[in-house]
Design a protein around this ligand. Sequence first.
Ligand code: CO
Length: 134
Amino acid sequence: MKKIEHIGIAVKDLEASNALYAKLLSTQHYKVEEVAAEGVNTSFFKVGENKIELLQATDPQSPIARFIDKRGEGIHHIAYAVDDIRIEMKRLADEGFILLTEEPRRGADNKLVAFVHPKSAGGVLVELCQDIDV
Ligand code: CO
């Protein structure tokens, strides 16, 4: 793991939360991107070297919608940058962590992503992300 790449925060209303975070961080979001396969609309803020990702469900069955139903708005995942996501997935699986998918998937912001189940990671949903060269 190279660094914390971003912190993902589940929100009910992306526009309202963009306004809130613009005030909190004193900067505007730099992109909005829908990840249709995950049923989510995202926006990103830069905070120094790190980022905040806001996630709003676009589908009531999506993982973000279910998360908010159960726990309300708040921190959803911590994402770590990795050089080679497949090597890191294998390392974590060998260590006994439960990965949500066998293969990495295309995530927001030009990343390949994979998730580690919170029940194997101390209650925190962990995202691995590797830059896609564009
Ligand atoms: Co994320």
